[in-house]
Each structure stands twice: as structure tokens, then as C-alpha cells.
Design a protein around this ligand. Structure first.
Ligand code: ADP
Ligand code: MG
Length: 342
């Protein structure tokens, strides 16, 4: 008798999450949003709480050969804050759980926590608990972040409407290009430990990979300008993949324009140096932790002059599909390659 065995890679990370979600039924009316967005949303009196959690594993999400422990600590908090931001909520608390192998000393833990404390200070959140345990293989960090918002200010992935404007913050592709540089320099160092890596001209891209900043600044500005995005998510798996998520959740199509896609000069130049196509880096590079959101056309005037919000395209009917219009004016079908973990 042979038992059926399905490889996780056959269904992928998102397929697996959908598969797990099939067996979940919400029982409590206070659970406003469960699986399927950047964070869960829970009723809490006159407001709502958002809750999100992320797991970071040494060797999968960070490599201590080039990631300093304080940066790892900062990033573990920042990536969770980014998911709170993606709901248009304000982060308030975090819990931090760690698993450590005996390779780590108290001083190493202090270094990790110096980054965690710096991030808590930066985002104005309280560290309110966690768990500590032994690990057989390296460092594991799990962070849960809790945020608050008014119920009507929450931006879900499913609210994009036809003719809404698609917006992206900051610039994209830097974290992927930064990772390629760090990996290259690591190989150079392993081949010849006397060689000192020359990372001076790559500080923007390596900095984005090692110590990304969640865009809470944008969330506060949107509030000041009285703009509630009709849909939003953070860009952790790559722009194209995130556009697919918003389109699927909102049942819409989208068109984006190559000449509107934000890329930093250093990202562009470094991608070319690495023989990577800069636009592919923008579309499929992960871990930039910028925000992707849609706004109603009536709000465009309020954001038009913002130096760090880019209007990359618009939302269309679902049957119109998902397209990238290249600089030469050709519409090519958008593919969501994303950041594959399996
Ligand atoms: P993000 O990239 O924004 O962190 P993910 O792709 O990790 O989001 O998760 C998408 C959704 O799936 C979220 O609602 C998350 O809580 C949920 N999710 C992920 N893994 C699991 C799991 N093992 N069990 C239940 N829900 C999960
Ligand atoms: Mg997210």
C-alpha cells in the first residue's frame, strides 16, 4: 500500500497557507479578520487590534557571516512592524521569543537585544514578553507585534476598486541586490580570508537587506492627510507577487508602468554590475518592506506632491488581467515569481 506524498514545493508557501486555512472556521465574532491578510484584526471595544507574527531562522532568513546581531534584532522587529503598518494601524507592543544554541554567549544575546531595543524605541513599541529556549541548530527569533487602529481606518488587501490608483513607497529591488552583494563578498572572503570585502559603494543596497525600516512614517502622513488606502500590504515577497495578492483578494486586475517603477540609482547600477535586469529586481526582489497600496482617485491630489509615494499604475476589471506596460509601450502579462521559500 502506498501512501500519497505531496511535496510542499508542489503547492508552494501560499498554497500551503490556503490549504491550512481550509480547515479553519472562525467561532468568535470579535475575530474580524483571520488568516489571509498582513495581520489579523480583533475587535477591542471602541477600536480594533491587529496582530501579526513572523519567524526568522539563522541560515534561512539571515546569515551571521555578514549580518551583525544588532541588525538581526532590529530587522526581526521591523518586519513585524511593517505588517502592522500594512493594515494602516499603529504598533504598540511586541513579544520576542528566541531559541539559542550553545554557540551563543550572553554577550551575543545582548548584541541581538541592543538591536531589538533600538527598534522598539524607533517604532515606539513596548517589549511585553516572549519565550526563551534551547536550539540544536543556530538562532531562531519569533516576534509578534500588536497594533491599534479605528475599525474604519483598517486597510485590508481586499478593498481595491476599479480605477483606484496603485501606489508604492520608497524604492524597490534594493534588498535583493544587497543580498547578492553580501553573498558575493562572503564567497570572496571564504576563498581568501585575507581579502577585506569592499562594501563602501554598496551601502544603500546592503543596508536595505541588513536593516530595513518599516514605513510607519508613511502611515502617520496618510493619517495627517486624511487618506485611508482602499487596500494595502507591505512588499516583502516582491512587487509583482504582492500585486497578485491584492488583485486576487479584491477580485480586480491591474496595470503598472515600467517607467513609473521606483528604483534607486545604486540598486540599478549594482544590478547591472551583477548582470541582473534591474526591472526584474524591482518586480521580483523581496524584503524591501515598502508599502503597496491603492487610493481612490479623489485622494490623488492630497498625495500628488509626496516625494516618496509613487503612482505606479491603476486597478482595472478582473477580466482585463494584470499587465506591465514597458517603456516602449508594449503591455506584457505580469508574472508573480516572488520570493520562494520552498
Ligand atoms: P506576510 O508576508 O505579510 O507576513 P504571510 O504570507 O506570512 O504574510 O502570511 C499570510 C497569511 O497567512 C497571514 O494571515 C498569516 O497569519 C497566515 N499564516 C501564515 N502561516 C500560517 C500558519 N502556519 N498557520 C496559520 N496561518 C498562517
Ligand atoms: Mg505582509
Amino acid at each position: 500500500m502506498s501512501e500519497k506524498r505531496t511535496e510542499i514545493s508542489e503547492i508552494g508557501e501560499f498554497g500551503l497557507i490556503d490549504h491550512l486555512n481550509e480547515k479553519v472556521a472562525i467561532k468568535n465574532s470579535s475575530s474580524l479578520k483571520g488568516i489571509g491578510d498582513d495581520a489579523a484584526v480583533i475587535e477591542a471595544g471602541d477600536h480594533v487590534k491587529v496582530i501579526t507574527t513572523d519567524l526568522l531562522l539563522e541560515g534561512v532568513h539571515f546569515d551571521l557571516a555578514y549580518a551583525p546581531l544588532p541588525h538581526v534584532g532590529f530587522k526581526a522587529i521591523a518586519v513585524n512592524i511593517s505588517d502592522v503598518a500594512a493594515m494602516n494601524a499603529i504598533p504598540k507592543q511586541v513579544t520576542v521569543s528566541i531559541a539559542l544554541s550553545n554557540r551563543f554567549s550572553v554577550e551575543a544575546v545582548d548584541a541581538l537585544y541592543s538591536g531589538i531595543h533600538a527598534a522598539c524605541e524607533h517604532y515606539g513599541v513596548d517589549l511585553i514578553g516572549g519565550d526563551t529556549t534551547a536550539s540544536r541548530s543556530g538562532l531562531v527569533i519569533s516576534v509578534t507585534a500588536i497594533g491599534e487602529s479605528k475599525k474604519e481606518q483598517i486597510s485590508y488587501r481586499n478593498g481595491a476598486k476599479v480605477n483606484d490608483i496603485l501606489c508604492a513607497t520608497g524604492d524597490l529591488g534594493a534588498a535583493l541586490v544587497g543580498l547578492q552583494i553580501l553573498e558575493r563578498e562572503k564567497q570572496v572572503y571564504l576563498a581568501n580570508p585575507d581579502m577585506k570585502p569592499d562594501l563602501e559603494k554598496y551601502t544603500i543596497v546592503t543596508g536595505r537587506q541588513l536593516k530595513p525600516d518599516a514605513r510607519m512614517d508613511i502611515i502617520h502622513e496618510l493619517r495627517e492627510l486624511d487618506v485611508v488606502p482602499t487596500s494595502m500590504m507591505d512588499i516583502s515577497d516582491g512587487l509583482a507577487s504582492e500585486i497578485f495578492h491584492i488583485c486576487k483578494a479584491s477580485n480586480v486586475g491591474a496595470t503598472i508602468y515600467e517607467d513609473k517603477l521606483p528604483i534607486d540609482k545604486q540598486t540599478f547600477d549594482t544590478a547591472v554590475e551583477l548582470n541582473l535586469d534591474p526591472i526584474t529586481c524591482v518586480l521580483n526582489g523581496g524584503e524591501d518592506y515598502e508599502l503597496l497600496f491603492t487610493i481612490d482617485q479623489k485622494d490623488f491630489k492630497k498625495l500628488e506632491k509626496h516625494p516618496d509615494i509613487h503612482f505606479i499604475g491603476h486597478i482595472s476589471k478582473p477580466e482585463e488581467g494584470k499587465f506591465l506596460v514597458t517603456k516602449s509601450g508594449t503591455a506584457v502579462q505580469l508574472k508573480a515569481q516572488g520570493w520562494k521559500h520552498f
